[in-house]
Write a protein that binds this ligand. Structure first.
Ligand SMILES: Cc1cc2nc3c(=O)[nH]c(=O)nc-3n(C[C@H](O)[C@H](O)[C@H](O)COP(=O)(O)OP(=O)(O)OC[C@H]3O[C@@H](n4cnc5c(N)ncnc54)[C@H](O)[C@@H]3O)c2cc1C
Length: 393
């Protein structure tokens, strides 16, 4: 027995993209249903992004979910670049008039799930077998099975593919209709979370001859630190002792001030740049990591996902109010214009701040020259600052 339900928008994935989209649509009086592969507990436990651009904060405000964010976030006025122990700060607020804030992706996810539940919207958790059909028609469908064994057929006007890089949405588009662009980097990031105060108020990006290091934070008492790891390495290759030795050494003099401790989380993430075009196929619209991935350098992944979602929610609201297809037709081209600029910045910062095994002395000197140029140039610092706080929406 198949149960039939319907909504204006079927959202695949309850990550930040899917949750924000549902909330923004609700604010415009548009119904949605969210189908998620994994459990609520697992979604709430994922430790990922933490540096938010102003546009992301505006998205949470539009969604009516920014109260706790404003009460608990830590504003940052600058970012520190370090090269073989030499450091300088780019005063991003003084240059652009804007700040970034620290507020964890886990907290954003929690705020959005709480809002969803408060308005009585059910999220279909633990539904791993979602299948999309009828994408070329005006009546697409999503079929899935709940953990209780109930088979559901969800009819919608629009499907939003918010199911991340490994989701089903992009895979449902015929290969001949997709163009994919990818760059994988010959290293990963080993990240730890530790209950110690951050070594500096602002984030530090460090290029050291031994490899990259990043000092970030989640609160005044919880730090998020990373080191560049070699391809194929696992967390087991990095004892806590090895991590602290590498991390403090790569930060130069600032490393002596680091308060070490036992990590409460340790993970390795590969680095990749990836874009899939177009971000629309028939009545399927892609947003966030389902359509593109940036390396974490510059902290753009979540911010770019939210920019897509804000754009998509507006297009859907305009279509819903007017009946015109025009706003939907512009979505992919407009979203991709931003995507490529953000891909460029993440690639640029990754290229400048890491040790590449294939680099000769020439490329190493190019990195050094780039660092010296930025340090001495107002124009160079402005380029980094305006990308770091987020390009205008
Ligand atoms: C390890 C790691 C560290 C990161 N660190 C940073 C950082 O420091 N800064 C930064 O800006 N960004 C970071 N990112 C990127 C950032 O977390 C992502 O850009 C952001 O999560 C994108 O949100 P999303 O909702 O588009 O995708 P996701 O967060 O991937 O959410 C997709 C959701 O869809 C669900 N799903 C998948 N397949 C299906 C299916 N078939 N059916 C139903 N549901 C499905 C998934 O379970 C998930 O809940 C990191 C990412 C990773 C993986």
């Amino acid at each position: 027995m198949v149960k039939s339900i319907d909504a204006t928008v079927a959202i695949i994935g309850a990550g930040p993209s899917g949750l924000l989209l549902s909330q923004l649509l609700h604010q415009s009086g548009i119904s949605s249903v969210i189908v998620e592969r994994t459990s609520k507990k697992r979604v709430l436990e994922r430790i990922r992004a933490g540096i938010l651009e102003r546009g992301t904060v505006e998205g949470m405000e539009e969604a009516g979910c920014a109260e706790r964010l404003h009460a608990e976030c830590i504003p940052h006025d600058g970012v520190i670049l370090s090269f073989d122990g030499e450091q300088f700060e780019i005063p991003v607020k003084a240059i652009t008039g804007h700040q970034v804030i620290v507020y964890g992706q886990t907290e954003i996810t929690k705020d959005l799930i709480d809002a969803c539940e408060a308005r009585g919207q059910r999220i279909y958790w633990d539904c791993a077998d979602a299948e999309l059909a009828g994408l070329d028609s005006n009546a697409p469908q999503v079929g899935f099975t709940t953990p209780d064994g109930e088979t559901i057929s969800l009819s919608a006007d629009i499907i939003a593919g918010c199911d991340g890089f490994h989701g089903i949405s992009r895979q449902s588009i015929p290969a001949a209709r997709l163009r994919e662009f990818e760059r994988t980097y010959p290293f990963g990031w080993l990240g730890i979370l530790v209950d110690q105060p951050p070594v500096a108020h602002n984030v530090i990006y460090a290029n050291h001859q031994d490899g990259f290091a990043l000092a970030s934070m989640r609160s005044e008492t919880r730090s998020r630190y990373y080191v560049q790891s070699a391809p194929g390495e696992s967390v087991d290759d990095w004892s806590t002792e090895r991590f602290w030795e590498a991390f403090t050494h790569r930060l130069g003099d600032l490393g002596k001030q680091v308060k070490t401790g036992e990590p409460i989380e340790k993970s390795i993430a590969p680095l990749r740049s990836y874009v899939s075009e177009p971000m629309r196929h028939g009545r399927l619209f892609m947003a966030g990591d389902s359509a593109h991935i940036v390396p974490p350098t510059g902290a753009k992944g979540l911010n770019l996902a939210f920019a897509d979602v804000r754009r998509l929610s507006r297009a859907i609201a305009q279509w819903h109010a007017s009946g015109s297809e025009e706003p939907l037709e512009g979505y992919s081209i407009e979203a991709l214009a931003r995507v490529w600029k953000v891909e460029r910045f993440s690639w640029y910062l990754t290229s400048m701040m890491h040790q590449f095994p294939e680099h000769s002395g020439f490329e190493k000197n190019m990195q050094r020259a780039e660092f010296d140029y930025i340090r001495a140039s107002e124009a160079g610092q402005t380029m980094i600052a305006e990308n770091y706080v987020g390009l205008p929406f």
